[in-house]
Write a new protein. Structure first.
Length: 56
């Protein structure tokens, strides 16, 4: 996309938090896990390191 002048930047941000295997999900067309924004900045690890990898 960038080399065709269709985008200057593409960012995934919170998608990487809820999908630790996001690159694999994109490459394989697997669904993305939903983001639980209510758990962001809660002071603990919940919502940051407890998302599972996709199991086809």
């Amino acid at each position: 996309m960038i080399k065709h002048n269709q985008a200057d930047l593409i960012a995934f941000g919170s998608a990487f938090i809820s999908n630790p295997d996001l690159v694999e999900r994109i490459a394989n067309g697997w669904p993305w896990a939903p983001v639980k924004r209510s758990s962001f900045y809660g002071g603990g690890s919940e919502g940051y390191v407890d998302y599972p990898r996709y199991e086809p």
